[in-house]
Design a protein around this ligand. Structure first.
Ligand SMILES: O=C(O)[C@H](O)CO
Length: 375
């Protein structure tokens, strides 16, 4: 029997490749054949999943972090010339201490620097994964790093951070570096929100980044104003995903980027669908199987496709929202298994060696079941 192990990372605990390795080891003891595919949906862990699977190499780069200081970051450069840049590794919220979280001063400048670094390393296709940012600067920092002219009424470049949005009187995309016009730019967004409005970037995601209600109103007004003076931003203000990463989505769209669904892009890139054709059973899952999983996360994309081929799907997870089981079944998952063998605190259940043990435990159960009856 052939099995596909394609489980997304258990965020904050263990990577996709490590989980698949544990599953493969336990199943192979029972003489089951396992094909492994790392899984990600464009969110945290996307670059690592590509690097771990060997389809991309890790390229280190020094860029400006969200607080304006130089930081060591990296991106994934695939053998086909596609660079994948996870903005959460450059201006991500968890990268800065809580007392320093303030979008008035945080910037996306480093994202632009990473894009240029990748182009200088031969990338002709750059995929930016948006989400988990500490910024709300409408992508102005990134645009500045890419040569877009952004000036105040004295024709001076404006400082970094959303506090300077109010000073901008002129945005000119025509000065954007030619190198950007010569590559294909794509974005994968973690949310579908528009740029502004009650459901937009600032009001929905600003508070988690430390925006005060008063600052939110001011930033919102400035973003709307900048759209009215910049037709290319205005064009994309309502596009789903424009509000991702504090408006970085809109800035990327203005650079002519195409928006992709993260899970689909990943499955396509790692040819996961082709493998589903070859196997008898699919094992997928992620840290939490919940309502977010149902809104297009990678395990659901896999399960959907497997169902279309009539292949059974086992989903494993650290926690399962049991009120949604019917919806998981309808989406192509045949059984949802918790990896937790007994009572554990959240802290224990997320501790690395405990997670490894838990995944071994559930893999042994699956292996015993799938290898029956003994020949
Ligand atoms: O970074 C953010 O603002 C959120 O993750 C939504 O994209």
């Amino acid at each position: 029997m052939k099995i596909l192990a394609a489980v997304d990372s258990f965020k904050g605990s263990i990577s996709s490749s490590e989980i698949n390795d544990i599953i493969a080891k336990e199943l192979e003891i029972k003489n089951l054949e396992v094909i492994q595919k790392p899984l990600a949906d464009g969110g945290e862990g996307t670059m690592d999943a590509l690097i771990d699977s060997g389809v991309a190499k890790k390229i280190d780069c020094m860029v400006i972090g969200s607080l304006g200081e130089k930081i060591q970051s990296y991106y994934a450069l695939m053998n086909n010339g596609t660079a994948v840049i996870e903005i959460a590794q450059i201006c991500g919220l968890p990268m800065i201490p809580e007392n320093k979280r303030n979008p008035l001063h945080t910037t996306t400048y480093g994202v632009g620097e990473a894009i240029m670094h990748a182009i200088n390393h031969g990338a002709d296709n750059v995929v930016i994964t948006l989400g988990g940012s500490a910024t709300n600067d409408l992508g102005i920092g990134m645009l500045q790093a890419l040569g877009v002219t952004i000036t105040d009424e004295s024709d001076q470049p404006v400082p970094l951070g959303a506090a300077a949005l109010k000073d901008i009187t002129h945005i000119d995309f025509s000065t954007c570096f030619t190198a950007i016009k010569n590559i294909t730019l794509s974005v994968i967004t973690d949310v579908q929100n528009p740029l502004f409005g009650q459901n937009g970037a600032t009001f929905i995601f600003g508070p988690q980044k430390g925006i005060t209600p008063e600052d939110a109103v001011e930033i919102e007004e400035q973003i709307q104003r900048l759209c009215t003076i910049t037709p290319i931003l205005e064009k994309y203000q309502d596009t789903p995903g424009a509000g991702a990463a504090g408006g970085l989505g809109a800035a990327c769209l203005a650079l002519d980027a195409q928006i992709f669904d993260g899970a689909d892009w990943f499955m396509e890139t790692l040819q996961v669908k082709e493998v589903i054709h070859q196997v008898d059973v699919v094992i997928t899952g992620e840290g939490k199987l919940d309502s977010q999983t149902l809104s297009g996360k990678a395990p659901i994309s896999i399960a959907n496709y497997a169902r279309s081929l009539n292949k059974p799907v086992i989903a494993i997870a650290g926690s399962i929202d049991s009120s949604l089981l019917t919806r998981f079944y309808e989406s192509g998952i045949n059984v949802c298994l918790s990896v937790i063998p007994g009572v554990q605190t959240l802290e224990q259940a997320m501790e690395r060696s405990q997670v490894q043990n838990n995944i071994s435990y559930i893999s042994q159960q699956i292996a015993t079941f799938l290898s029956w009856p003994k020949k």
